[in-house]
Design a protein around this ligand. Structure first.
Ligand code: HEC
Length: 353
């Protein structure tokens, strides 16, 4: 029997040679996929066209490697995509993945490696196609729950729009009040990203509308502009850092003060199955907020948490953490935060398990 990765009479040294021998029959020499009549199978909707940068740059090399080593079903894809873990060596698989990357010829798309885990509060720099539902529970004082739904959609190479709608339920003197809070619409644009340096930088502008009932404590009662910068950095040993700093600028400062915020998160990724399986990401956020009024002090909070991928596809994830006020603790509560997110571009809710 041939030794793994060595086949008498076959050159399998370069990515192109490996691709031509092992992949082109189904994926086509041009990376767009072989015609169904020739390939002999019905293409799943998620069948990749490797020349489409919008489809390929949203996937990490390691996501592709997981599928090539273990086959489609390992990430909840079709079993027509075979596993090559027995036929090819890891260095050959890495080479063929680099070859696949060459099919997307526009270098401006930010690479998925820079799409760091989403923290509970700090906003990430990477533009997303995502729906996240965050739930916030008060652990002290009057019981209360806030549910915040964020819908994010990319457009163009570097942009994303985002709509946020919170719902709050509060016990106010033993009567529960519920309702919509202040909703917001935002626009994010990636300004700089580089896989070589492992960095990504974005700017974001948002408008918050006074849709929440102020008298009930569900809203600020004023239109607010928010602007921030977000930065992400890959670090050695699968550590990462994210920073978000900006300002909340209400249109009537007599109703609500202007404020500055700066949020930092440090975390590390651990993937099961030799780096190809379920991803666990413990993180700690340090959150700061200061009203721009004379004599105001900065509120500092710490928020330890961990995120985990739930689906095999890794497009459904959850994160849970505890937000602990560290300074100016009077009147500020410990809160439990929890989100479930769905990267809808990567598959339906029911797919990929
Ligand atoms: C027998 C046909 C066949 C062969 C041979 C084949 N593939 Fe695939 N591949 C598929 C199909 C079908 C899918 C789509 C699976 C789906 O979307 O459910 C796929 C999907 C993929 C994906 C996309 C996974 C994702 O995250 O979207 C990658 C990457 C991939 N193949 C790489 C390769 C490489 C590299 C080779 C050669 C070493 C190869 N394939 C050989 C049929 C094949």
């Amino acid at each position: 029997m041939a030794q793994k990765g060595n086949y008498p009479g076959l050159q399998l040294d370069t990515g192109k040679q490996i691709y031509t021998a092992a992949c082109a029959a189904c994926h086509g020499r041009d990376g767009k996929g072989t015609a169904e009549s020739i390939a002999g199978f019905k293409k799943p909707d998620s069948f990749p066209d490797f020349t489409r940068c919008d489809q390929t740059t949203a996937e990490m090399d390691v996501d592709w490697k997981a599928v090539v080593v273990h086959g489609g079903p390992f990430r909840g894809f079709s079993q027509i995509m075979p596993s090559f873990g027995e036929a090819l060596r890891y260095d050959q698989i890495d080479k063929v993945i680099q070859y696949l990357r060459g099919f997307c010829t526009d270098p401006h798309w930010p690479r998925a490696e820079l799409n760091l885990p989403r923290a509970l509060v700090t906003e990430k720099a990477y533009p997303e196609d995502e729906v996240a539902n965050t739930t916030i529970f008060n652990t002290q004082g009057a019981p209360g729950i806030t549910n915040e739904i964020v819908y994010e959609q990319r457009f163009g190479v570097k942009n994303q729009i985002e709509v946020t709608v919170p719902f709050t339920f509060q016990d106010q003197n033993h009567t529960w009040y519920g309702g919509i809070g202040d909703s917001a619409v935002g626009l994010k644009r990636e300004i700089f990203s580089s896989l070589r340096t492992g960095s990504i930088f974005s700017l974001d502008g948002e408008v918050g509308f006074p849709t929440g009932n102020k008298a009930r404590g569900l809203g600020t009662g004023v239109t607010t502009f928010e602007t921030f910068a977000a930065y992400g950095q890959l670090l050695p040993a699968n550590f990462f850092l994210q920073f978000q700093g900006g300002a909340d600028l209400p249109t009537h400062t007599d109703v609500a003060p202007q404020s500055l915020f700066w949020n930092t998160v440090v975390g590390q990724n651990f993937a099961q199955n030799k780096g190809l399986g379920r991803l666990w990401s413990p993180m700690v956020e340090v959150l700061a907020n200061r009203d721009l009024t004379t004599g105001a002090k900065t509120d500092w909070d710490v928020l330890p948490q961990f995120e985990v991928t739930l689906s095999k596809r890794q497009h459904i994830r959850a994160d849970v953490g505890v937000r602990i006020p560290a300074t100016n603790t009077a009147g500020r509560q410990v809160q439990v935060l929890f989100y479930v997110l769905w990267d809808w571009q990567d598959g339906k809710l029911t797919e990929g398990w």
